[in-house]
Design a protein around this ligand. Sequence first.
Ligand code: XMP
Length: 319
Amino acid sequence: LWKTDNIIDTHVEAIRELVGEEKVLLGLSGGVDSSVVAALLHKAIGDQLVCVFVDTGLLRYQEGDQVMQTMADKMDINVIRVNAQQRYYDALQGESDPERKRKIIGELFIRIFERQAKELDDIQWLAQGTIYPDVIESAASKTGKAHVIKSHHNVGGLPEDLALKLIEPLKDLFKDEVRKLGVSLGLAPELVYRHPFPGPGLGVRILGEVKAEYAGILAKADHIFIEELRRHDLYDKTSQAFAVFLPVKSVGVVGDARRYEYVIALRAVETIDFMTARWAHLPYEFIDLVSRRIMNEIAQVSRVVYDVSSKPPATIEWE
Ligand code: XMP
């Protein structure tokens, strides 16, 4: 029997015992796992926890502000926000290969995080939001068993020369357990039950070269899609849904004027394990509404398409 209150008490005690009076550093991504670790560590050791949140400019719509509101303002957690948007756009300039984009994004995160860690000199621990499936996946990939198609950077990507002791409070928990824990710790269910979001974020949802302008358009379109999914009670019926930015222009017409603007693709899937997935058969009226809103509200979009590819042979992401 899995009792959340027991789990919290047990973890809080174990963390206090392990950490004592020392300080812990955590990279906050805005995702479920690191948010739950932050909430749990905060409960256990309060101000001994310092979080670093890197705004990559490739996050969901207004996510940077939301992370600060939830974690810093509401929960009173120590969070240092690093506004690195322009550094990411600069680093990605001219690069259109998906795997190289992933590598650039992952490496830049490590560099920024490391720099922050060194500036905070009295830190002894590094916390990570590793959960049990990550442990299995990374063990399997080391022995070559996993069928690794894309590089993920959740596990093992962090600096070794920081000489920090590692603390991974969620290492024995499955995702559903982590979510329950998050809700009991006071995190909003909308945050805790969010669709997965890839580490490289919008970086792999802007096809080809990433630009600040594209990221702005995509974040808005994605926000409209997600907002309507929630409003129509469809969000929890899909496993993952998002918009994709296509850097091609297509002709449209507004009133008497022609316009020549970008294309947004909508992607929504149903899946259990993300290894195979079926494209979500969303109601036509719903897709129609989302499409109209995106074209009406975002002047740089003149066409919206719906992705009807299942996995395999298509992947869930477009890159
Ligand atoms: P694909 O596109 O491979 O996606 O069918 C399967 C699941 O993995 C997520 N994904 C990633 N997650 N870093 C991540 O952290 C990545 O580079 C990455 N690529 C794909 C994707 O969002 C989906 O949930």
